[in-house]
Design a protein around this ligand. Structure first.
Ligand code: PLP
Ligand code: COI
Length: 341
C-alpha cells in the first residue's frame, strides 16, 4: 500500500481529513451493524441531544508503524472499556467493547496510507466518539445515538516536541468531587477552554488543576495526567477519583516498575511537595510523555532540577521504554499491542 505524500516530519497536532470513517447507529434499543463510510460530515436535527445538552463522550488512541513495517495500536481494549464507563455515566448505551476494537482495526486498515512511517515522529491519531442524535428538549437522555471513529495523522501535541514546557496553576477548577472528571466526556473539555485560552494568553503551555474541594492536591492538566520523579528516583503519580484514568499513565507505572525496576507510588500529591521533585512530566495519548520544566503559581516559580533544555534522565528512560514498546522494538507485555496489519 502506498503512503500519502505528506510532510510527516513537520506535522502538528491538528485535524486532517482521511479517507474513511466508521459509523454505527443506536435506535430502538440496539446498535446496527455499522460500517465504513466516506462522508466526513454529519447531518443532524437542530434539537439533537448533543447540541442541546452536550451528551457526548470520546476516546483517543494511536496507530503506529513498527520498525519492521507492521501497523499496530496500543491497548485499544482499555479505551473500549473506558468508553463504556463514560457512556454509562452520561446515561448513554455502551458500545460493545469487542465491536469497538474491531471498528478501530477496520478504520485504521482503511486509512493505512495515512499511518505515518516508522521514525517520522508522527502517528495516526484515532478518535472514537459517541453522541445523542435525536431531538431532545426536556433535560433527559437521547433515545438515539451515533458512534463514530475518524483518524487523522498527527505530530507532537506540544510545539517543540520533547522540549520541557512551562505550566501554571489554574484558578479554575476542572472537576468536582462526585462529578465527571473521571470520564472522557466532551463537557469536561468545553469547560476547560476558557482556562486554557487564559493560560496561553499568559504565556503558559498548559494548566495544572488542583483538586476543587481543598485546592491543595495536584490533579491533572486539561488533557494529560502527571508523573513526578523524586530525588531518589521514585515515580509518583496523583491518585484521585476526579481525574481521567490515563492508559498511558497506567502503562508508564507498569514500565517503571517491571522494566526499569523503579519504585512507584500512586497517592495524594500535595502541591506543597512539588518543589521537592526532581522531574515532572505530562502523560497521555496525545502528550505521550511531555516534560515540564517550570510550574508557576501566581508568580511563584518552581523550576524542576531537570531544567528547560531536555527531559530528565528518568523521564527519558520511561519515554524510551514506552515508545519502544509502542513502536515494536521493545517486547510488550502480553496483550498490549494489537496488530492491525
Ligand atoms: N487526562 C485527560 C483529561 C485527558 O484528556 C487525557 C487524554 O486522553 C489523559 C488524561 C490521558 O489519557 P490516556 O493516556 O488514556 O490518553
Ligand atoms: C488524548 O490524549 O487522546 C486526548 O484526548 C487529549 C486531548 C487533549 C487531545
Amino acid at each position: 500500500m502506498e503512503k500519502k505524500n505528506l510532510d510527516w516530519e513537520n506535522m502538528g497536532f491538528s485535524y486532517m481529513q482521511t479517507d474513511k470513517r466508521y459509523v454505527a447507529n443506536y435506535k430502538d434499543g440496539k446498535w446496527d451493524e455499522g460500517g465504513l463510510i466516506d462522508d466526513a460530515n454529519i447531518v443532524m436535527n437542530e434539537c439533537a441531544g448533543v447540541l442541546q445538552y452536550s451528551q457526548s463522550v470520546f476516546e483517543g488512541l494511536k496507530a503506529y508503524t513498527t520498525e519492521d513495517g507492521r501497523i499496530v495500536t496500543f491497548r485499544p481494549d482499555l479505551n473500549a472499556s473506558r468508553m463504556v464507563d463514560s457512556a454509562k455515566r452520561l446515561e448513554m448505551p455502551p458500545f460493545p467493547e469487542d465491536r469497538f476494537v474491531d471498528a478501530v482495526i477496520q478504520v485504521v486498515k482503511a486509512n493505512a496510507a495515512y499511518v505515518p512511517p516508522y521514525g517520522s515522529g508522527a502517528t495516526l491519531y484515532i478518535r472514537p466518539y459517541m453522541f445523542g442524535i435525536n431531538p431532545v428538549i426536556g433535560v433527559k437522555p437521547a433515545d438515539e445515538y451515533q458512534f463514530r471513529i475518524f483518524t487523522t495523522p498527527v505530530g507532537p501535541y506540544f510545539k517543540g516536541g520533547a522540549k520541557p514546557i512551562t505550566i501554571c496553576v489554574s484558578d479554575f477548577d476542572r472537576a468536582a468531587p462526585h462529578g465527571t472528571g473521571h470520564i472522557k466526556a466532551g463537557l469536561n473539555y468545553a469547560m476547560s477552554l476558557h482556562a486554557i485560552v487564559t493560560a496561553h494568553a499568559n504565556g503558559f503551555d498548559e494548566n495544572m488543576y488542583l483538586d476543587s474541594a481543598t485546592r491543595t492536591k495536584v490533579e491533572e492538566t486539561g488533557g494529560a495526567n502527571f508523573i513526578f520523579v523524586t530525588k531518589d528516583n521514585k515515580v509518583v503519580t496523583p491518585h484521585s477519583s476526579t481525574i481521567l484514568p490515563s492508559i498511558t499513565r497506567r502503562s508508564i507505572m507498569y514500565v517503571a516498575e517491571h522494566y526499569l525496576g523503579l519504585e512507584v507510588e500512586e497517592r495524594d500529591v500535595y502541591f506543597d511537595e512539588v518543589k521537592d521533585f526532581a522531574e515532572c512530566g505530562l502523560c497521555g495519548t496525545a502528550a505521550v510523555i511531555s516534560p515540564v520544566g517550570k510550574i508557576v503559581n501566581h508568580g511563584e516559580e518552581i523550576c524542576l532540577p531537570s531544567g528547560m533544555e531536555k527531559m530528565g534522565p528518568i523521564t527519558q528512560k520511561l519515554y524510551d521504554t514506552l515508545t519502544g514498546i509502542q513502536m515494536g522494538h521493545i517486547e510488550a507485555p502480553e496483550g498490549w499491542i494489537q496488530v492491525i496489519e
